[in-house]
Design a protein around this ligand. Structure first.
Ligand SMILES: Nc1ncnc2c1ncn2[C@@H]1O[C@H](COP(=O)(O)OP(=O)(O)OP(=O)(O)O)[C@@H](O)[C@H]1O
Ligand SMILES: [Mg+2]
Length: 345
C-alpha cells in the first residue's frame, strides 16, 4: 500500500527515480529506512500543525495583551491626572479657606460697626425729627449726646477701618474667585480631548494658582511670561505637563531643605513656542538623567512618586503634540526643563 507513505516523500522519490515505485517490492532494508524517514515526515507534519496552532494562539494572545496594555495605559494616564488634582485638592481647599476666613472675620467687623452706625443714625434721626419741638437746652443736650457717642465709639477709627476692612474683603473674594476660575479652567480642560487654541501663559497662570499651596512653603515663583502666539493643543494635557514639572521642581527644592526659586519663562521663535521651568533644587545626577523619561523611574520614596510624571509628559509633548522636551541639570545647582510646541501643527 503506497499511501501509507507521506505524499511529499512519495513525490520526492518519484522525482529521484522518475516513476512511482511499488514500495512493497522494495528490499526489506530499504523499506526499513523508508519507514523511518516516513515517520519523520508525519512527525514534522504534526509539529507544523501544532506550531501553526500555537502561532495562532500566540498572535491572538499578543493582540489581547496589546489591547490590555492600551487600556491600562489610558487608565494610568487618567489615574495620574486624578492623583495630581487629588494631591492638590487639600492645598486648594486651604488656599480658599484662608481668604474665606478673613472675609468672614471682616464681615463680623462690618456687622459690629453697622450696629454702632445704626445707633448713631437713630440718635440723629430723633434730633432731626424733633428739633423744632425742642428747647435750645434740649437741643444742646442732644448734640452733646451725639458727639459723646461719636467720641466714645471712636468713629474716626471706624471710618478708617471700614475702608480697610471692605478693601481687604474685596481682595479676599477676588482671590477666591481667581482660584475657583483656575480650578474650573483646569477641570474643564481636563476632559477635553480635542486640539484647541491654547494660550500657554494662561495655562501656566491657572496651574500656578491651583498649585500655589503646594509650592509656596518651598519656593518663590518668578513668572517671566512673554507675549507668545497661541498653539493648537489638547489643553488639559499641556496643563498636566506643566503641573507635573512644577511639582517635580518643588520636590527637588524641598529635598534641599532651603527656600528656593522656580522660574517659569515663555518665549517663541518662528517655529515653536517654548516654556522653560527652572529650579535651584537638588539637580539630577548623570547616572539618572538618561532614565528620567522612562516609565516608573523614580528616586522618590514608595508612595511619594510613581515615576510616571515625566514619561507621561514626554508622551504628551513628543508623541501627541510633535513637540520636544529637553532637560539640563547640574547636581546641587538645579534643573531646567524646556518644552517646545510647534506653532503650525
Ligand atoms: N526638577 C527636578 N529636579 C531633580 N530631579 C528631578 C526633577 N524632575 C524629575 N526629577 C527626577 O526624575 C524622576 C522621575 O520624575 P517623574 O516626574 O517621572 O516621577 P516622580 O516625580 O518620581 O513620580 P510622579 O511624578 O509619578 O509622582 C524623579 O523621581 C526625580 O529623581
Ligand atoms: Mg513627578
Amino acid at each position: 500500500m503506497n499511501d501509507k507513505y507521506h505524499i511529499l516523500l512519495r513525490k520526492q522519490i518519484k522525482k529521484i527515480i522518475g516513476y512511482e515505485s511499488d514500495y512493497d517490492l522494495l528490499p526489506a532494508q530499504v523499506k526499513t529506512i523508508l519507514d523511518l524517514v516516513n515517520k519523520t515526515y508525519f512527525q514534522n507534519e504534526n509539529e507544523k500543525i501544532l506550531l501553526g496552532r500555537s502561532i495562532d494562539i500566540s498572535s491572538r494572545e499578543y493582540k489581547e495583551s496589546i489591547e490590555k496594555i492600551n487600556k491600562m495605559q489610558a487608565q494610568i494616564l487618567s489615574n495620574e491626572k486624578m492623583a495630581g488634582i487629588g494631591q492638590l485638592s487639600a492645598g486648594i481647599a486651604h488656599e480658599i479657606n484662608n481668604p474665606l476666613s478673613f472675609v468672614l472675620g471682616n464681615m463680623n467687623m462690618i456687622k459690629k460697626y453697622f450696629v454702632k452706625i445704626k445707633a448713631l443714625y437713630e440718635l440723629n434721626k430723633e434730633l432731626v425729627e424733633n428739633y423744632d419741638k425742642c428747647s435750645v437746652e434740649d437741643l444742646k443736650n442732644k448734640v452733646f449726646e451725639i458727639s459723646k457717642y461719636i467720641k466714645d465709639n471712636d468713629f474716626d477709627y471706624i471710618a478708617e477701618d471700614l475702608d480697610d476692612v471692605t478693601n481687604d474683603g474685596k481682595e479676599g473674594i477676588n482671590r477666591i474667585a481667581k482660584i475657583v476660575k483656575s480650578l474650573l479652567n483646569f477641570a474643564r480642560k481636563g476632559y477635553e480631548e480635542e486640539f484647541t487654541r491654547y494660550d500657554i501663559n494662561g495655562g501656566i497662570r491657572d496651574t500656578l494658582t491651583i498649585a500655589n499651596n503646594a509650592i509656596k512653603y518651598s519656593a518663590n515663583v518668578n513668572e517671566e511670561l512673554n507675549d507668545v502666539p497661541c498653539v493648537q493643543v489638547i489643553a488639559g494635557q499641556i496643563n498636566q505637563v506643566i503641573l507635573n514639572l512644577i511639582i517635580n521642581a518643588t520636590h527637588a527644592i524641598k529635598s534641599k531643605g532651603v527656600l528656593g526659586n522656580i522660574t517659569v519663562k515663555t518665549y517663541y521663535d518662528e517655529k515653536y513656542v517654548y516654556c522653560e521651568i527652572a529650579d535651584d533644587g537638588c539637580g539630577i545626577s548623570e547616572k539618572h538623567i538618561n532614565k528620567i523619561f522612562e516609565p516608573f523611574f523614580t528616586t522618590k520614596q514608595v508612595g511619594e512618586g510613581t515615576g510616571l510624571g515625566l514619561s507621561i509628559a514626554h508622551d504628551i509633548i513628543v508623541g501627541k503634540h510633535n513637540g520636544n522636551i529637553e532637560v539640563k541639570s547640574i547636581v546641587g545647582e538645579g534643573t531646567k526643563f524646556i518644552i517646545s510646541l510647534p506653532i503650525d501643527r
